[in-house]
Design a protein around this ligand. Structure first.
Ligand code: FAD
Length: 488
């Protein structure tokens, strides 16, 4: 059974770490009494609070190495049903205590770190499949279910969710929805917002809403499901998720090519998507990443598709035609990628050695992608201390794709360098026409950029937040949604 896993240990004894954010102690006695009365488990020992003060935000790995946390919650509550979540949220309202939903805590933007002294609402006991419609291919699952458990359940019934983020073992279905996640096979199966059909959400004012429609599409007002997809726990607690699933594919094919340049490879990807082929995996690496991963000093494109035999044959034919300008490479490169694709064991060790490393993912139209690529790489390299700035294309669409940048440096002041790179890269990406994030979300890390990205849309989002969460209790420090007067 999967459980949350953090990249490194926190230095020092339990409870000894200093915190960057603190608040006067909160009175949690009423909340504890209600949990006890309702039979809802909670924990507040020092080791548990330390553990729940962290997620996978890379800069906080460096802090943990020095015995430092962002903020420590006052209590961890562990509800195992929607009714129990409702009770906890009602108690938080009565006590005016903020709460932060936690799934696998694999988020990389600091979004799952609770407010100081407040409630960590851990959903990892809210697990399991609730309903399966094998005729229509829909599954309803509790939000705290980890990826491997859902996938194993579906595979035993001849189906797949088709959603395989690199953090598959670390993340929950609710976290996928809350962050608008993308799996590595998304070019065939879609991103999570394409897979989700309905949600059960405990709203911050302690009411419950079920979204979605009985049929595959609806025309009864805007799609409320999508309001909560990507809300990062700021608009409520997603307790149940209905997903569309797929029958297990008949066959699989693999191919690999390399191109003289990343730009030439991008053109091949565009041609593939615009002829209507959607191979599950279509990943293009710049020469630096290709050298690092595949020992090939060119832009490597790996292709893997799985589908019905007829569809697969057509897809591979289109891919082969579109890649005529490329040089065929050994398909073993695809196997190499599959073998190492979820291995991130180096990350913690690098930060512990003083090396600042992170990834920045964004999306842009095919027309804008070459500029986004050039401008973001130049912006990162221009920051003093940068040693590496590389890119790959990881998810492709009819009209554009996701670019995934990796940077590393060994600066004297890690925090200052980290923020300088994020500021420079984000400004370059937005100016070149890219979106703020493709699938990691906003969290705390990107909160300061939300207005630049959304313009007046940020006010609309804040108005929705104020309407659904008048006391501003649901994960208030993320998504750039702090109430204006509180400042930060
Ligand atoms: C090594 C690594 C690789 C990764 N690869 C990918 C990838 O390939 N694709 C991808 O999309 N992401 C990836 N991520 C990012 C991360 O795994 C995803 O964002 C994931 O969806 C988070 O799920 P979680 O259960 O861990 O959520 P958490 O980290 O616990 O929470 C993330 C945010 O969602 C909110 N939240 C969580 N559950 C709920 C809920 N039920 N209701 C309301 N709000 C909720 C939290 O409050 C928080 O704001 C990666 C992360 C790591 C560390």
């Amino acid at each position: 059974v999967s459980t949350p896993k953090l990249p490194t240990r926190l230095a020092g004894a339990p409870g000894a770490a200093t915190t960057r954010d603190s608040a006067p102690p909160r009175d949690l006695s009423g909340l504890v009494a209600r949990c006890d009365a309702a039979g809802i488990d909670w924990l507040d020992d020092a080791a548990t609070l330390d553990e729940h003060a962290r997620d996978w935000w890379p800069v906080s790995i460096g802090w943990a190495a020095h015995g430092e946390l962002l903020a420590r919650p006052g209590i961890v509550v562990l509800p195992s049903s929607t009714a129990a979540v409702l009770e906890v949220v009602a108690a938080c309202n009565d006590a005016r205590v903020p709460f932060t939903v936690q799934g696998g805590r694999s988020g990389v933007c600091g979004g799952a770190v609770p407010e100081p002294g407040a409630v960590a609402l851990d959903l990892t006991r809210l697990t399991g499949v609730l309903e399966f419609d094998e005729v229509s291919l829909r599954v309803r699952v509790n939000a705290g279910t980890f990826g491997p458990e859902l996938e194993a359940w579906l595979r035993a019934r001849g189906c797949t969710a088709g959603h395989f983020p690199q953090s598959m073992d670390l993340s929950t279905v609710g976290g996928w929805v809350a962050c608008r996640g993308a799996g590595q096979y998304s070019t065939r199966y879609g991103k999570i917002e394409d897979l989700v059909r309905g949600l059960t959400v405990v709203l911050p004012d302690a009411t419950v809403v079920a979204t979605g429609s009985a049929g595959p599409r609806q025309a009864s007002g805007p799609d409320l499901t999508q309001l909560f997809v990507g809300a990062e726990g700021t608009l409520g607690v997603v307790t149940e998720v209905e997903l569309v699933v797929h029958r297990l594919p008949g066959s699989e094919e693999r191919r690999a090519w390399s191109f003289d340049s990343f730009a030439q490879g991008l053109e091949a990807c565009r041609a593939i998507l615009q002829r209507g082929a959607t191979p599950a995996v279509l990943r293009l690496y710049d020469p630096a990443e290709s050298t690092r991963q595949f020992d090939v000093d060119r832009a490597v494109l790996i292709v893997l598709d799985e589908a019905d035999d007829l569809l697969l044959a057509a897809t591979i034919s289109i891919v082969e035609e579109a890649c005529r300008e490329g040089r065929p490479e050994d398909v073993a490169l695809v196997g190499r990628w599959l073998e190492h694709r979820n291995d991130v064991s180096a990350l913690g060790a690098l930060w512990e050695r003083g090396i600042v490393v992170d990834t920045i993912e964004t999306a842009a139209t095919w027309a804008a992608l070459p500029h986004v690529h050039a401008d973001v790489v130049s912006a990162i390299l221009a920051v003093n201390g940068t040693a590496v700035a590389t890119v790959h294309q990881s998810h492709a669409y009819l009209d554009g794709a996701c670019l995934y940048f990796t940077f590393a440096g060994r600066p004297e002041d890690a925090d200052a360098y980290y923020r300088e790179v994020w500021d420079a890269a984000t400004a370059a990406a937005l100016n070149a026409g890219a979106s703020l994030s493709h699938h990691h979300g906003v969290g705390r890390n990107r909160s300061g950029y939300l207005r630049d990205a959304l313009g007046h849309g940020a006010d609309v989002l804040a108005a929705i937040k104020a309407a659904l969460d008048p006391r501003w209790l649901a994960n208030p420090s993320v998504l750039g949604l702090r109430p204006p007067l509180e400042g930060r």
